[in-house]
Design a protein around this ligand. Sequence first.
Ligand code: ATP
Length: 458
Amino acid sequence: MAETEPRADTVTMDKIVSLARRRGFVFPSSEIYGGLGSAYDYGHYGVLAKNNVKARWLEAMVQERDDIVALDSAIILNPSVWEASGHVAGFTDPLVDCRTCKLRFRADKLEEEHCGRKPSKHPGGTPECDLTEARQFNLMLETRLGAVEETGVAAYLRPETAQGIFVNFKNVLQLARRKPPFGIAQIGKSFRNEITPGNFLFRTREFEQMEMEYFVPPDKADQWYEYWVKERFDWYTRYGIRESHLRIRPHEADELSHYSSATSDIEYLLPFGWSELEGIANRGSFDLTQHTEHSGAKLEFVDSATGERYVPHVIEPAGGADRAFLAFLVDAYDEEDVAGRQRTVLRFHPQIAPVKAAVLPLIAKDERMVTKARALYEGLRRRHIVEYDDNGAIGRRYRRQDEIGTPFAFTIDEQTLADDTVTVRDRDSLAQERLPIDGVREWLDDALERPWHTPKPG
Ligand code: ATP
């Protein structure tokens, strides 16, 4: 086993952004046109890793339970939905302009923003700063439906996926034959005209949400709220996020939305500070009552056995796929010295890693090795995302796989030709062992299921 020397957490946002670009996880959007502020495109490894984040969420929320069903509602809904939900009137952030530097800031987040002339200060922090009074700015992005500009109907790109769930409450209740407690889970794009997007994927105007609305009898709401806060915290640690970098932050009374009796954020310690990955809210009966009033459809539960009727209360875990991906990426990033050379490695949980294994013929010019390696690779790729690589020195190929977080590499060498065994190299420990080539598929299946803990210090 090679000599390794772990180091303290050295991650910075600059390193993350540059690795994400260099290895094709995430690119600035429309780059050849100079980009579009705070918009990003996911490249190959980014797509694979973010898909894994979403798949693990769906597994935990739908597949492993019998009380939650899936939904994929439209992005553009009847505009009345947003009247009823309160978004037209109240989905606003307070905005201030600086007359000196001409920049706009969120009035409630000034301590997180940088003055346009003196970035070391917050807006309002220098004698030259000249901030306007705060005014409310609606975050919903408008669009027009219909071929003719003038007669088209104004509509909104959804700012959250949750309302698509509430307006389908009746469908699911009847067609999926559910009774409270039950939930509806949805993953999809949402759009917000953020005043100050930034911090890479953390705050963008277009992003993906993973939301679940859990409908419960009113007297059980507090209990289910506590349950979901814990359940969602455990999901992040289950997939390897260090507990030392994760916390639950209950909202203060003055932070709560008027309809919420309790909200907690799950926060991760990103390089720019503790930041919300997900919010869990006890929303009471607000949403179903509002949509009943505005649509005329009675959104309630009637127990056919007892005749009891009530408007269920809602517990909502609302997370972001991009923020979760960013947290997994930051938590995975590591640097260490291996026998005097530095290596950068993404220590992803195997279930999150974009590529599960690499298959590498030691000598690319040796046709016998290439044939065996290709056969192994083609067998494995029917079950998993795996990569075949015969390009360059073996050390460089290992480094490349380390940088995209591939947990295992199978190498075909001279000995394989003699006895049909391969070397498997472990990304984290760098330990190598030999396996019969016929057993690789089963070995990999097992290895991907094993519990995994990061070797990074807490
Ligand atoms: P913030 O206070 O950071 O603006 P929020 O409390 O408004 O977030 P919610 O409305 O609770 O966020 O949305 C649920 C989740 O959706 C957030 O926890 C986050 O993961 C994700 N999300 C919200 N806004 C954005 C955004 N602009 N970019 C990326 N993800 C977002």
